[in-house]
Write a protein that binds this ligand. Structure first.
Ligand SMILES: [Fe+2]
Length: 191
């Protein structure tokens, strides 16, 4: 984090984003989720345990960031990198979250790979948007969001959201999403 001059005021700075490889070469934070962090999220819990034990607990996704103050007025940003793979027939995905401050949106600009952004509201609305290099997904306020990698490459995105947004994972842990995305017989299936 940059030097804080007074409350909420920091010095300007710049960060290199490697657009070609969809990464941030010099992040100050790297948040990782391995297969063992994803217990309870996939339909096939047994396949996940096999991946953890026999598959050497592979990296599922990582978030690269240089954080700014988590305060109104700031824009938090990151690079999200979701690995390709499957748990049984279900495609690798992120945990998914609501924002703690529900009135906050998020932008995902996909830099590489292919997949979907799955979104839901607490009221039961459901949506998916395609993710592919150059496509931007707008996640409106109140929508929980999770990305799913349907391809063979890393699904990478540049994300921006209000500094005060925060993350609420607990509700998704309890509710899940209305549909899951599988690869069955070489075809992508949502059910
Ligand atoms: Fe978010």
């Amino acid at each position: 984090m940059s030097k804080i001059r007074e409350e909420g005021v920091i010095d300007p700075f710049s960060v290199l984003i490697d657009l070609e490889n969809g990464t941030m070469p010099e992040p100050s934070n790297r948040i990782t989720r391995k297969a063992s962090d994803m217990r309870g999220y996939y339909a096939d819990g047994k396949a996940l345990e096999e991946l953890i034990t026999s598959g050497n607990d592979p990296l599922h996704y990582e978030v690269l960031e240089r954080p700014v103050p988590q305060a109104r007025g700031h824009l938090m940003y990151c690079i999200s990198r979701l690995m390709p793979g499957r748990v049984g027939e279900e495609l690798f995905m992120t945990k998914g979250h609501y924002h703690s401050v529900k009135e906050t949106a998020e932008i995902y600009l996909c830099l590489g790979g292919e997949g979907y952004m799955a979104m839901k509201t607490a009221g039961g609305a459901w949506a998916v948007e395609r993710m592919e290099r150059g496509r931007m997904v707008y996640v409106p306020p109140t929508w929980a969001h999770r990305s799913i990698n349907t391809g063979r490459e890393i699904l990478s995105s540049f994300c921006v959201y209000p500094g005060e947004a925060g993350h609420n994972y607990g509700d998704i842990e309890k509710e899940g999403f209305p549909k899951r995305i599988f690869m069955k017989g070489g075809r992508i299936v949502m059910e």
